[in-house]
Design a protein around this ligand. Sequence first.
Ligand SMILES: [Fe+2]
Ligand SMILES: [Fe+2]
Length: 202
Amino acid sequence: MELNNILPTIIAQPQLHARWLNTLSLMENTGARKISASEDPVTVTYIILKHAAEEHRHAFYLKKQIEKVQEDLCPTYAGEYLLAPAYSKYYLNQLDVDVCRYLKKELKLTGSELRFAAYLLVTYAIEVRADELYPVYQEALDNVGSKVNVKSIILEEEGHLEEMINQLQKFSPEWELHAQKAVDIETRLFGQWVEALSTSLA
Ligand SMILES: [Fe+2]
Ligand SMILES: [Fe+2]
């Protein structure tokens, strides 16, 4: 099952569309909180602060888009207001767990080094995904003339991917190998998430 096959079904029904937006908001918020949690209180940089701020904005912005679908839908991240709630929460956490396991095993990293490397790889994989997912969603919105739009998120996510590549290049000369590993892990988890979404619609 591909995401572009289920999006028209979701967008056509206000209840489902609101829960989809709320689910994306939850995932952006989870990502933002992970970035903030991985910040070193002393060595945190301009680029990391900017990134955390923008991911928090995405969570808020998606929540705000729900008003365009229908007022008073999905006030919180409680399961009843999400699509595939269990898996949507599992996806990012498991990505983090699997990437940390890889870094411990392959690079023998621990402590703050492990935290920083995991931030780089997990965020890179998410940015690759975001650069694919949001344009597909925007196209589905355009196809039906929806008032909802995610163009400002698309612009910022493109910047994030470049910023992650810059940081990864400084992290390791073999960054592409590690980044590909993170993308492989993410691709498997994302496929399972889309399956969980389509099951929840059935
Ligand atoms: Fe984002
Ligand atoms: Fe991002």
